[in-house]
Design a protein around this ligand. Structure first.
Ligand code: COA
Length: 149
């Protein structure tokens, strides 16, 4: 498995992974805009793209916007590898703080983030849609150690 930068040819695979992976998937339009406007890291093995991570950076702060792995490749360390690659990217950009929002019910992702040093810092009430209503977002934050240039 390798992790690389995104290119426009990756869009179809990204749409397919979103469609399989979660209840409120990013649309093709959102993903196409993300390829233009955000930073994306692609996890790829011999079968093709198996996951990806989307983030944005403004000055010394970054926001994790999405991390997703194809269902059949989950629990094999790919999500963690994408996150560790992300931290390396942030270090080269001299980013000091990273934020994210995660559904309160998404305990798998929260477990991943907590293991990697994120801490819960707040809640956005009723932030996400669910099939039956709304759900809170947990806001998490991690400080990164920046090496001197
Ligand atoms: C969250 C997600 C990216 C994790 O990817 P993954 O490749 O399965 O994760 P890893 O195999 O690297 O697991 C790393 C850690 O995540 C947590 N985790 C992952 N899957 C889990 C599960 N089914 N149950 C509990 N914890 C889980 C564990 O802490 C795990 O560490 P461990 O294996 O030492 O117990 C994946 O479940 C996914 O794509 N989910 C749907 C999209 C999503 O919810 N993204 C987060 C948006 S905020």
């Amino acid at each position: 498995m390798k992790i690389r930068s995104v290119n426009l040819n990756d869009l179809d695979s990204m749409v397919a992974i979103e469609a399989l992976g979660i209840e409120d998937p990013w649309t093709r339009k959102q993903l196409a805009e993300s390829i233009q406007n955000h930073r994306i890291r692609i996890a790829e093995n011999e079968t093709g793209i198996v996951g990806f991570l989307i983030y944005s950076t403004v000055l010394d702060e970054s926001e994790l916007l999405q991390v997703i792995v194809l269902p059949q490749y989950r629990r094999q360390g790919i999500g963690k590898s994408l996150m560790l690659d992300f931290f390396q990217e942030l270090q080269t950009q001299q980013v000091e703080i990273c934020f994210l929002e995660v559904r309160k019910s998404n305990e798998k992702a929260q477990s991943l983030y907590l293991k990697l040093g994120f801490k819960s810092i707040g809640v956005r009430r009723n932030y996400y849609k669910t099939p039956t209503g709304k759900e809170d977002a947990i806001i998490m934050r991690k400080e990164l150690s920046v090496s001197p240039q």
